[in-house]
Ligand binder design. Structure first.
Ligand code: FAD
Length: 481
């Protein structure tokens, strides 16, 4: 028989959950392990947690009401958007004490101000929908990543997402003018201003951008818009090596008037994996080469565009100098999309291929080639049979330096080596002045790595901020710190 204290605690907890259900109404909650599974397990299937309840508030006031109850009763909260986190940030721990607070029902566009080049959206808006709403108003929201059909703005901002257009427009953090946030005690902070100039003290929104749900729940944001591109030209280029890719990037930026929007690197193995797992994909260049870049120039000028001529001239001179071995230039939007399918299905193809160990890292662009080679040497010293699947946003110094299990091998045994590989790859990153998490965040996956590599003063400051804003530690416990 349960002890009286445990019975009383369970009753209090049930009463708190009943109050939460009342705040969000019958459409606003889900319970039962099976029904909650899409929320308790992560995209990669690496983290399978447990939750008491999934709560789906429809308004900021409902979020605030739920959080106030959790604050009163000390109930942990895991904020969740599209649940596409690649580092276990959006799923609960195994102890089953937390509720998941999904923002999926908060998907209103509150305002679109074309003259101010801003859009105000709720946290549960799917990224692709925000892009489309901006385009309908002849504007451009440039944040773009392969998960854009399911990830949500609140998640994008909480992870300070990067993606394919960082080179030209910056990370998610740089695309935000204002935020509305529910604080861990249930108060609402209204910082929803659409100002490009506002020097009235600390820039509070920065605390919540990239905080991975550990300091507050983002409920809405004012996002920056840009002129809509009028012309886009893409080339899928075979390059002799990583160093040539970096030289090509520098030249393309200078010679195009800084019109390079995207510069993505892919080794042959990525192309092979995508072709193998996605029947609807094609090799743009018939001859096989060891590595490729997807280079895209964009123009927003009205009138006749000279982008096609610019791209051709860049590639011609690069070809003459041996920086490019072969190239396909897209002749239609459909062909451009074919190039993109190779890049955008890279993560999914890796998942379908089996076990892999991911390293989302960055180094200064000028040291990418050096990093690539040095890390490879060390990885091979650990295990020669590993397949290197290093691809990504080389234009901003970010490589997904992923290691795929050898074909037909035991995935579990391979994943058991995760820490050994982490050490060699991350040590190399740090030696080169880089970051062990370029764009995916820390979540649970890199919590120990952060503690290992981050300097003591930074960790102290981070813990001080967390304790000041969330003294009860109820927001996304066990993540980041
Ligand atoms: C195929 C694929 C490709 C990807 N490509 C990229 C890429 O190119 N660049 C990149 O940066 N990432 C990429 N990711 C990772 C992921 O898509 C991003 O991190 C995305 O920004 C997460 O958004 P989400 O809505 O799914 O957030 P979730 O996964 O639900 O949550 C992510 C984190 O944010 C917190 N959170 C979510 N919503 C809120 C909120 N409203 N308030 C406070 N905290 C919140 C969660 O607690 C969690 O810690 C990719 C993922 C996949 C599956």
């Amino acid at each position: 028989m349960a002890a009286p204290a445990a019975v009383a605690e369970a009753r209090t907890r049930d009463a708190a959950l009943d109050r939460i259900k009342t705040v969000v109404g019958p459409k606003g909650w889900i319970e039962g392990a099976d029904a909650m599974r899409p929320y308790t397990e992560d995209w990669r299937g690496l983290y399978k947690g447990k939750a008491r309840l999934v709560v789906k508030p429809a308004t900021t006031e409902e979020v605030a009401g739920v959080v106030a109850i959790c604050h009163e009763f000390g109930i942990p909260i895991v904020p969740q958007g599209g649940n596409t986190s690649l580092c276990g940030g959006s799923t609960p721990e195994d102890d089953g004490t937390a509720i998941i607070l999904s923002l999926g029902r908060m998907h209103r566009v509150r305002n679109l101000d074309p003259a101010n080049y801003t859009i105000t959206v709720e946290a549960g808006c799917v990224l692709a929908d925000v892009q489309n709403r901006a385009a309908d108003a002849d504007r451009y929201f440039p944040l773009s990543l392969a998960a854009e059909g399911s990830c949500m703005i609140g998640g994008n901002l909480s992870t300070n997402a990067g993606g394919t257009n960082v080179l030209k427009y910056g990370n998610a953090r740089e695309l935000v003018l204002g935020l509305e946030v529910v604080l861990p005690d249930g108060r609402i902070w209204n910082g929803l201003r659409g100002l490009r100039k506002d020097n009235t003290g600390y820039d509070l929104k920065q605390l919540f951008l990239g905080a991975e749900g550990t300091l507050g729940i983002i409920t809405a944001a004012v996002l920056k818009l840009f002129p809509k591109p009028t012309d886009v030209r893409s080339a899928f280029c075979a390059v002799p090596d990583v160093a040539s890719a970096v030289t090509l990037l520098g030249r393309a930026r200078a010679e195009s008037g800084d019109a390079v929007e995207t510069f993505e690197f892919m080794p042959r193995l990525v192309v092979d994996l995508v072709l193998k797992h996605f029947p609807d994909t094609h090799d743009p260049i018939q001859t096989r080469y060891d590595q490729y870049v997807l280079l895209e120039l964009v123009s927003t000028s009205s009138g006749e565009s000279d982008l096609a001529a610019k791209l051709e001239s860049i590639l011609e001179s690069a070809f003459e100098d041996g920086l490019v071995l072969d190239a396909a230039i897209s002749q239609s939007e459909a062909q451009r999309q074919d190039f993109w399918k190779l890049r955008e299905n890279a993560s999914e193809a890796q998942k379908l291929e089996g076990a892999s160990i991911k390293h989302d890292v960055s180094v200064p662009v000028s040291r990418i080639a050096e990093f690539y080679a040095a890390a490879l040497k060390k990885v091979m010293a650990v295990d020669k049979t590993v397949r290197l699947v290093a691809f990504g946003h080389v234009g901003d110094g970010n490589l997904h330096y992923n290691l795929q299990a050898p074909e037909g091998s035991d995935g579990k045994a391979f994943l058991a080596q995760w820490e050994r590989f982490n050490r060699v790859v991350h040590d190399t990153v740090v030696e080169m002045g880089g970051s062990i998490s370029a764009e995916h965040g820390i979540g649970r996956l890199k919590r120990e790595e952060l503690a290992h590599y981050k300097d003591g003063v930074s960790l102290d400051l981070m813990r001080t901020v967390k304790a000041a804003i969330d003294p009860k530690g109820i927001l996304n416990p066990g993540k980041v710190l």
